[in-house]
Design a protein around this ligand. Structure first.
Ligand code: OAD
Length: 234
């Protein structure tokens, strides 16, 4: 039975109403990403950064998983019953895969509904607004920040992801522009081992030429269709 690694990006959640990063003229929800998604931006203007993520959190509360999230959750379950594995590696900070019922998920860029304390390093589930004055529930310091990996910070779970890529029989990339490393390099790692790689995206990504197969269209259409085909073939 096969082992699958499925990488996803903002395109997976686009049809749930969550904005992608590079489809709107370089702005992300009206902001320059460098002004809101870097440690330097947080040091310079923490109120702006907290407000920006408060809006993202509120937006996510109103969003729902789409057909692509649901198809991936179903795929994970069906493959598990047949003795295979599916690892869902996502660059997305939303929880729509979880809400669709998926379990084996690694959020390499962090999670919007989590915050962390820069003093005591505790993490907390957090769905409401956060301000620079909010005290840490553990140590009471006013040192809370979104548990998001910002530009210039180290993505999470890299060792686990690399281990999974080493034993993957198929690597699938969904809804990502292939422009942010290290995620954009996973296809190279998989190809170096001779692993088949499939791209599912609205349009060719920056590294589409590295994939053995490409399927283009909205994720809500092409992901459920790919899942049905793959399940039929095993
Ligand atoms: P991007 O915004 O760079 O790319 C989104 C991709 O999804 C593009 O290639 C679109 O063509 C595609 N797309 C848009 N709508 C789609 C749809 N309905 N169905 C399928 N595909 C669709 O987003 P990411 O590749 O996720 O990092 O960006 C990677 C990282 O860059 C993000 O995680 C974030 C950002 O900076 C951090 O915040 C650290």
């Amino acid at each position: 039975m096969k082992n699958y690694v499925i990488l996803s990006g903002a395109g997976l959640s686009a049809e749930s109403g969550l904005a992608t990063f590079r489809d709107s003229g370089g702005l992300w929800e009206g902001h320059d990403p460098m002004a809101v998604a870097t440690p330097e931006a947080f040091a310079r203007d923490p109120d702006l950064v907290q407000r920006f993520y408060n809006e993202r959190r509120a937006g996510l509360l109103g969003a729902k998983p789409n057909a692509a999230h649901k198809a991936l959750a179903k795929f994970e379950q069906e493959i598990a019953t047949k003795g295979g594995t599916v690892l869902l590696v996502t660059q997305n900070v939303d929880d729509l895969l979880e809400r669709a019922g998926a379990k084996n998920i690694l959020h390499m860029h962090g999670e919007l509904f989590k915050i962390r304390c820069t003093q005591c390093h505790d993490h907390f589930l957090w769905k409401q607004d956060l301000s620079t004055q909010t005290p840490c529930p553990s140590c009471k310091a006013q040192s809370l920040r979104p548990a998001i990996v910002w530009f210039g910070e180290m993505p999470l779970y890299m060792e686990e992801i690399e281990r999974a890529l080493l034993k993957a029989d198929l690597f699938i990339s969904i809804g990502t522009s292939g422009s942010v490393y290290p995620a954009a390099g996973f296809v190279d790692m998989a190809r170096a081992r001779g692993t088949d790689c499939i791209e599912l995206n609205l349009e060719p990504s920056d590294n589409h030429h590295l994939f053995t197969k490409t399927i283009y269209g909205p994720a809500g259409d092409i992901v459920p269709r790919w899942v049905e085909e793959e399940l039929k073939g095993i």
